[in-house]
Structures are given as structure tokens and as C-alpha cells.
Design a protein around this ligand. Structure first.
Ligand SMILES: Cc1cc2nc3c(=O)[nH]c(=O)nc-3n(C[C@H](O)[C@H](O)[C@H](O)COP(=O)(O)OP(=O)(O)OC[C@H]3O[C@@H](n4cnc5c(N)ncnc54)[C@H](O)[C@@H]3O)c2cc1C
Length: 215
């Protein structure tokens, strides 16, 4: 923890525990990457991520502005946020959300070592759908060259979570207003086979039973 990752409002909701941070990253399908573009303006881009040990990997087309900027070693701020509930209080002021979120500060590093790049490719595929890496065709050399990978260390990271019901003012408890929490859950539908498929391939179990780690 340092000055930048010190939680100010409701610090009791915060954590710098790596297990907590990792679990939130593993649960979230995407993160948002904030950086400064080549004209000095702030920009935030949503993208897929994967965590391997202390390293967060991001990937994309070599033509992407985000990747072209980050390859030079940029300062970034990365966030993931998962909404777990809508907290309805008796007063508008005390409405809130239940959530799990992480903020990471770091400097990006271009991954040009072929072995590390391969680790990142596999981690990203497995982050989205565990079991997919061994199932689908592996990247060709051309596809590899068309894809850039950057890494960010998790040295400067914080988590913040809110759980529980509304925190209403004592005087408001007597109001004739419903209060409580509407739980929010991510659910996944029945997979739909590609209509252009020329082979009848059985749906793999890892997609039939698809769920995120905590769902
Ligand atoms: C789904 C969701 C909805 C929210 N809605 C609101 C809202 O409407 N209004 C509002 O003011 N706040 C909201 N928050 C909380 C918000 O993310 C900040 O935590 C809050 O603004 C407190 O900022 P601060 O000035 O105390 O800290 P800052 O000075 O902004 O942050 C200090 C440090 O604390 C850490 N930190 C702060 N927030 C988070 C976080 N969410 N996750 C991980 N680390 C964090 C970072 O390391 C940061 O550098 C929401 C959060 C989530 C996830």
C-alpha cells in the first residue's frame, strides 16, 4: 500500500490483500484501462484481461490505438467493478450499490518474449472460458505477429467492496418507503451454435456448464 492506493472514503470497505484482488480480477470478464493518448488527452478503454501471478496481461490488435500507446511503457490506471446489488434506502441520499472492485496503477511493459506471449494468450483464453485453450486451433505465426501483448504489475493495487443493506438515518426508519437490496447476478444463456457450421460438433461441457468462479 502507498499514498496512491490508500482508500479515503469508507476505508473499512477496502483491502490490499492479494487474494481478494485476484478473486475480483478472475471474476470480472473485462477491465477498463485508463491512459493518456498520443495527444495528451485522457481515455478509458474496456478490454479483456488475464492474471498470471503478479502480472496482468492485456492483448489486442497491433493496429489498436490502446496497444500502440501502451507498448511504449505508459502509466495506466486499470479498474474492474462487479455490481452485486442495488441498495434501496429510504432517502435518496443513502442509496448505494453493493460491489467488488479493484483499482491498479502501473506502467505497461511490452511482452516481446515469445514464451511469455504464449503464456499470456493461453491465460486470456482460459480467463474467458476455462478449457478453451486446448480445444481451439492454436495461433499461427502470422496471427501472433498481428497481436500485441502488454503486461502490468500488480504492485500498486487496491480492492474495495460493499455488502449489506441500506444505512438509513435513524429518523428515516419510520418512513413508508420500501428499503432493501435488489441482488444482481450475471447469468449465461444456452450456447447457440454457429449457423455457418459445416460440422456437427458436440457442445463442450465447459461451455454447457459455463459460469464465472463465484457464480
Ligand atoms: C459500482 C460502483 C458504484 C459506485 N458509485 C459511486 C458513486 O456514485 N459516487 C461515489 O462517490 N463513489 C462511488 N463508488 C465508489 C468509488 O469507486 C470510490 O471508492 C469513491 O469515490 C471514494 O473515493 P475517495 O475520494 O475516497 O478516494 P480516491 O481518492 O478517489 O481514491 C483513493 C485510492 O483508493 C483506492 N480506491 C478508491 N475507490 C476504489 C474502488 N472503487 N475500488 C478499488 N480501489 C479504490 C484507489 O487505490 C485510489 O487511488 C462506486 C463504486 C463502485 C464499484
Amino acid at each position: 500500500m502507498n499514498d496512491r492506493t490508500t482508500l479515503r472514503r469508507y476505508p473499512d470497505r477496502g483491502s490490499h490483500d492479494r487474494e481478494t484482488i485476484d478473486a475480483i480480477f478472475r471474476e470480472a470478464l473485462i477491465c477498463h484501462v485508463g491512459f493518456t493518448d498520443d495527444e495528451g488527452r485522457p481515455i478509458v478503454i474496456p478490454t479483456i484481461h488475464a492474471l498470471v501471478g503478479d502480472t496482468l496481461y492485456l492483448h489486442g490488435s497491433v493496429a489498436s490505438r490502446m496497444l500502440r500507446t501502451l507498448r511504449e511503457g505508459s502509466d495506466v490506471c486499470i479498474n474492474v467493478a462487479i455490481v452485486d446489488g442495488l441498495v434501496m434506502a429510504r432517502s435518496h441520499f443513502n442509496h448505494s450499490m453493493n460491489y467488488r472492485s479493484v483499482v491498479v496503477f502501473g506502467t505497461t511493459r511490452l511482452v516481446d518474449d515469445p514464451a511469455e506471449k504464449q503464456v499470456a494468450f493461453e491465460a486470456i483464453a482460459e480467463h474467458v472460458a476455462p478449457g478453451r485453450w486446448d480445444d481451439a486451433r492454436q495461433p499461427t505465426e502470422v496471427e501472433d505477429r498481428q497481436t500485441m501483448v502488454v503486461a502490468v504489475s500488480l504492485d500498486e493495487a487496491s480492492a474495495k467492496m460493499r455488502t449489506g443493506g441500506p444505512h438509513d438515518d435513524e429518523a428515516d426508519h419510520d418512513l413508508d418507503v420500501w428499503a432493501g437490496v435488489v441482488p444482481v447476478k450475471t447469468t449465461f444463456g444456452t450456447p447457440i451454435a454457429d449457423p455457418d457450421a459445416i460440422r456437427d460438433v458436440e457442445l463442450p461441457g465447459y461451455l454447457r456448464e459455463y459460469r464465472r468462479p463465484s457464480s
